[in-house]
Design a protein around this ligand. Structure first.
Ligand code: AMP
Length: 224
């Protein structure tokens, strides 16, 4: 199965996507995470992506499509896939539709997480993450026990360059200009779009996602 996780920056795609991939035993392909690790490793892709990411702009479609294709080709076809942060433009969605049959797959559903802009701003500006454990915190809603330090790894937490307020506004604009049209694209297709309110408590949102997948796709999501 392939499920696309769609939603604005800060809505909780990363957190909910990680829960869901763990609950289902699926592979989560998070293009933002892949790009950040390419940057840390200093690869050619990382270097090309840097400037776009720090400005809150999207990385060109061809680079992202090649990255996703390569990742999908490396997976067993019976592994479920959760796409987090891809596609983000209509051309990327079309490229995905062309690529999936080649790897014996099709999109089963789009999970659309929604929240008002003011909630998104607070979620993003308060977000901190641990480079080692990958755990995500929020200084307002879910702080670590010791300020600035990961509870699990003891390492200092990072504030993403593109989570700074100047860039966040641009990322929200880019979402409404380039990514929101994907909702119409999928609404007009036969792929079901499951709408979830993403501004509740983490556990409520997690439960709403489980219910939607069980009702709409017959996927029983249990904690593993
Ligand atoms: P994210 O962690 O998903 O918020 O992604 C962080 C940044 O990576 C975005 O602001 C973009 O610059 C870039 N990025 C991630 N996924 C994509 C994509 N599918 N298309 C273009 N750029 C992307």
């Amino acid at each position: 199965m392939v499920v696309i996780l769609l939603g604005p920056p800060g809505v909780g795609k990363g957190t909910q996507g990680a829960f869901l991939a763990e609950d289902l035993g699926w592979v989560r392909i998070a293009t933002g995470d892949l790009l950040r690790s390419a940057r840390r490793e200093g690869t050619a892709l990382g270097k090309k992506a840097e400037e776009y990411m720090d400005a809150g702009e999207l990385v060109p479609d061809d680079l992202i499509v090649a990255l996703v294709r390569e990742t999908l080709e490396g997976l067993d076809t019976d592994t479920g896939v959760l796409l987090d942060g891809f596609p983000r433009t209509v051309p990327q969605a079309i490229a995905l539709e062309e690529m999936l049959p080649e790897v014996d797959r099709a999109v089963d559903a789009v999970l659309l997480l929604e929240a008002p802009d003011d909630v998104l701003m607070k979620r993003i500006s308060g977000r901190r993450s641990c480079p080692e454990s990958g755990r995500i915190y929020n200084v307002y809603f879910d702080p670590p026990k010791v300020e600035g330090i990961c509870d699990d790894s003891g390492r200092p937490l990072l504030h993403r360059e593109d989570d700074r307020p100047e860039t966040v506004e641009r990322r929200l604009e880019v979402y409404s200009e380039l990514t929101e049209p994907l909702v119409d694209h999928y609404d007009a297709s036969s792929t079901p779009v499951l709408r979830i309110q993403g501004d509740g408590e983490l556990d409520e949102v997690r439960a709403a996602i489980r219910r939607a997948l069980a009702t709409e796709l017959g996927v029983e999501v249990g904690s593993r």
